[in-house]
Write a protein that binds this ligand. Sequence first.
Ligand SMILES: [Ca+2]
Length: 471
Amino acid sequence: MKKQVWGLLVLCLITIALASQAWSVIGESWEQTVPRAKNSGQRTPIANTHEVKSFNAHAFAGSDKSEPRCADTKVVNVTCPPYNAVPDDNRDDSRAIQAAMDALTLSGGTLFIPAGTYLFNNPLVIHKPVHLVGEGASTILTHSRDLGTDGAANFIRIGGAAAVTQNVTLSDFTLQGPTGIDLRTVMIRIVSNVRGVIVRNLLFKNVSSSCVLVTGKSIEKIEISDNRAEEFYEQFVELGSGGISDVRIHHNVAKSTRGHPKLGSTEPFGIAFEPARSGEITDVSIVGNQVSFDGMSMTELINTGGVSLSRGRSRAVPYLYRRISVQDNIIRKVGVGIRVQTLREGIVSHPGSVVISRNRIEGATNYGIQVKLAEDDVHRDTASITENSVRGYSAQAHNRYDGIHLAGRGIGVEITGNEILPVADRKDGYGRYGINIEPGIQNPVIRDNKIAGYLSGPILNKAASGGRAGQ
Ligand SMILES: [Ca+2]
């Protein structure tokens, strides 16, 4: 009995240490180390963010299959009795894995899924502190039809209970949709009353909707890092409501070649904020990700984007984006690189703010960076756009698009140290202005930008008097 108590205590301490470590790292390097859980075999890092030019999938070749160890009392192997999930037999494993989840005590635990393919005919619902961990990309959770909970499509759903769901980690496995079938299932849906979710080192394949959708009320501390997505038809990550704070989307690789086949001209984005319900989305950092839509046709591409802070789905929904940081991302072959449709709408309590810094945008077909602050003077929104590299072209409508476009009414705006240049080896068909600032921005600081190749000129500054313009 004493031993068990000590065991529990140690486990708790380890959990606390790991959790605090995860949240204390700020501005870390791109070097990734993937933590290994006990009782798991060799696991492979999923997102290799060092790769810039080619999205090579060699990291997913698979990993050594380890023998299930059923005697381990700290980690529940879902293939062991009494749960007995069976990989690679094309028969349902959702009931076995949900049963293992439900059998955990309220304090949670670790569920280990050995390498192999597991079929889900029902979604997995998580309300407890659990670490669902596989052996890397070779642990594959898949579905062949739409899955959902309470009318909402999702493969894995976290939260939504009356009590707060805390400290959930999903790591080291593949979430895979079927190919060639037009489904619409969100892979991971994080809903209301959630505090502390880590989605790390997952591989998303053939996703028929978004890879991760965060939407609901009272959602805090979400980390989505070191994942990789290959083919997703809506968003890699969508923040779909107000009421979300403290989100880190770091070091992911997301690429797709088309929008949803049944939704017509959808607008797939790497990371999109699109609140359907009112409230604030605050303290979000989007750092070190790679987003690409290589392979999409020009007509499809024009509607895509790397990062989008979109308008709410209805104008009647007041929302606010505050302390949003978009830094060190590489965004390639998209419509608009980074877009802020407006930082706030309706009556909100604070000004909006966004920092867009050190991103590399290559081959944006319309705007490189487009930011619109709110139109009113109720608050003074701010934006900082610094040290980005924008290499774009506007083959379709070069008289409409700018490298950096800024509109609305804001204060303390700076656009400094950016490079806004043509794509290599291309001499014509560029955009309108390198930097285009609409009236309403007060005294913007525009300095040290390097601009070449724009048809109408490097900078058009229509901002309020006193604006300082210069190369
Ligand atoms: Ca099975």
